[in-house]
Write a protein that binds this ligand. Structure first.
Ligand code: GLN
Length: 450
């Protein structure tokens, strides 16, 4: 099959399904097809991503194409350069067919905070796909593309992967360059792949990982061969089950599927033991200080002067106010207010500094467990995909969807969500959490039981 046939098939699938799924904010069919045709003369050394159609969350810069972050404030903005991940994929011959919907500026857990329209879960169109990488997860689940990239600040790859029944990986902080990713909370954000299988996930991770001098937080380490890690052998692997993650709030159906996974892993020769992450209970509180604080600073640049929307006012300050009031959605404004408050003098020590200290304790909890265990297992989310509109009036209930994913970002370590069965016809995801830069072990265990 030729790249142009593959890309045409992807575009046809998108036109047949996206009216209902609404995974894409923009589809660039002509550009994608033109590029695929150029690739049709396949060189002998073509890699595994050559000619493969993929999609990008709309917070990754793509030269000459829109990058809106699903925000009205960037509705007419086009990127001036490519993100490093985009350059890497292009160099390998992958073809971007479009930019996917998301919660505005990656703030949300359901996809409903998009400034344009919500994405629907392909398994049940009345339900949310999860978020914030809603369109990236849904596009892979709906068979519109073979892979997509999302970003994960507190769960935004893993949680929608879980709701949509696909594989989603959040790499170790620093493994994948953030250059060209529109920053939400810079110390937590990571780009990672969505795919149908663990093997595909390893291929995409291989393509995007690696040092980048354009990102000062990028790690300068040798990148292992991730496909070689998929041996199928997990004999002797030590798996920790954090007791704090198996308490109240988890659906019975989710609990059942996770119990099955544990049995399967034991059958495959892994050993399982209970562990404790005592400071996890503070993770949500600490995250919802740190992430909004960083966001309030990062989003200061959208002022009506530098990018996108401008709403004229009586004077400069009035123009700023009108632009930001009209351009930013409710959740984004809420985060900016929370973050600005937490950083203001007199409150900094009480909130931001304390939250940073809690973050260190959470990281130490993980370090301690990893002295005796290779991976930690938990559900990815406490429930399966919920109905559209069901939680959108209550931010705190919405925040709870990320209770199992947020500690991982605070610790900077990697985690993968893998589909592990259905509950009432809806996908359940299991999360494996690993040591920093040990994506290989995560992929190996995920592949072994998949
Ligand atoms: N739901 C979380 C938030 O709204 C996480 C989002 C993300 O990972 N980008 O902040």
């Amino acid at each position: 099959i030729k790249p142009s046939e593959l890309v045409s098939a992807s575009l046809e699938r998108i036109s047949a399904t996206d009216e209902r799924v609404k995974a894409f904010l923009s589809v660039h069919g002509d550009e994608a097809l033109a590029r695929a045709k150029q690739l049709d003369d396949v060189p002998a050394d073509a890699g595994l991503l050559y000619g493969i159609p993929g999609a990008l969350k709309d917070n990754m810069s793509t030269k000459g194409l829109p990058t809106t972050c699903a925000s009205k404030i960037l509705a007419n903005y086009k990127s001036a350069y490519d993100a490093t991940v985009v350059t890497k994929l292009n160099d390998l011959g992958a073809v971007t067919v479009g930019k996917t919907n998301m919660d505005e500026f990656a703030m949300g857990s359901s996809g409903e905070n998009s400034g344009f329209f919500p994405t629907h879960n392909p398994w049940d169109l009345t339900r949310v796909p999860g978020g914030s990488s809603s369109g990236s997860a849904a596009s892979v689940a709906a068979g519109q593309v073979l892979f997509s990239l999302g970003s994960d600040t507190g769960g935004s790859i893993r949680q929608p992967a879980s709701y949509c029944g696909v594989v989603g990986l959040k790499p170790t902080y620093g493994l994948v360059s953030r250059f060209g990713l529109v920053a939400y909370a810079s110390s937590l954000d990571q780009i990672g792949p969505f795919t149908q299988t663990v093997e595909d996930n390893a291929i995409v991770l291989q393509a995007i990982a690696g040092h980048d001098k354009l990102d000062s937080t990028s790690a300068n380490l040798a990148i292992p061969d991730y496909l070689a890690a998929l041996t199928g052998d997990i004999k002797g692997l030590r798996i920790g089950l954090p007791k704090e993650y198996f308490g109240e709030g988890m659906d019975a159906g989710v609990r059942e599927q996770i119990a099955d996974v544990i049995k399967t892993l034991e059958r495959l020769g892994a050993t399982v033991g209970e562990v404790s992450l005592p400071n996890s209970k503070y993770a949500l509180a600490s995250y919802y200080l740190l992430a909004p604080a960083e966001a309030s600073s990062n989003l200061a640049r959208f002022d009506g002067v530098r990018y996108g929307l401008r709403v004229e006012g009586e004077n400069l300050i009035d123009m700023y106010k009108r632009t930001r009031a009209e351009g930013f959605g409710e959740e984004v404004q809420r985060r900016i207010m929370l973050g600005t408050y937490a950083l203001s003098s007199g409150y900094y020590d009480a909130y931001y500094l304390r939250a940073q200290k809690v973050r260190t304790l959470i990281k130490q909890d993980f370090d301690q467990v990893f002295e005796n265990y290779d991976v930690i297992l938990s559900p990815t989310a406490p429930t399966t995909a919920f109905e559209l509109g069901k939680k959108s009036d209550d931010p705190v209930t919405m925040y709870l969807n990320d209770i199992y994913t947020i500690p991982v970002n605070l610790a900077g370590i990697p985690a993968i969500s893998v589909p592990c069965g259905l509950s009432n016809g809806l996908p359940v995801g299991v999360q494996f959490i690993g040591k920093a830069f040990d994506e290989s072990t995560l992929l190996r265990v995920a592949h072994a039981f998949e």
